[in-house]
Design a protein. Structure first.
Length: 107
C-alpha cells in the first residue's frame, strides 16, 4: 500500500465519521501527514468521486459562499473496509519481521 493509498484510507475514514469540505479535509490530514500538498488531497477527492467512493453536494452554513461537501457512499464504505484489511495485513507482515516503533532502539 503506497502513501496515497494510506491517505485515501484516512480520508474515507474521516468522511465515515462526518461529511466534510475540501479545506477541512486538508487541514485534518495535514496534521497527520506533514507535509501534504493540497493538490494531493484534491486529486484523491477527485479520484474517489470518479470511482463512486464519495459524493459531493453544496451546502451553505455560514454567510459566505456555498461550500462543496463530500460524504462517503456505500461503495466507499466497502472500499474503506478493503483498505483497512490491506493495511492490517501490511502492518502484521512488517511486525512479523520484528520491525516496531523504534523509540528506545538504536539502529
Amino acid at each position: 500500500m503506497e502513501k496515497k493509498g494510506i491517505v485515501e484510507m484516512c480520508l474515507l475514514w474521516v468522511l465515515l465519521k462526518d461529511d466534510s469540505y475540501g479545506y477541512q479535509l486538508i487541514h485534518t490530514l495535514s496534521n497527520i501527514f506533514s507535509p501534504l500538498p493540497e493538490r494531493t488531497v484534491y486529486a484523491i477527492l477527485k479520484r474517489s468521486l470518479d470511482e463512486g467512493y464519495t459524493e459531493q453536494y453544496t451546502n451553505q452554513i455560514s454567510a459566505g459562499p456555498p461550500r462543496k461537501y463530500y460524504r462517503i457512499t456505500e461503495k466507499g464504505k466497502l472500499h474503506l473496509d478493503d483498505c483497512i484489511k490491506t493495511w492490517t495485513k501490511l502492518v502484521q507482515s512488517v511486525e512479523s519481521l520484528g520491525i516496531t516503533e523504534s523509540k528506545n532502539r538504536t539502529i
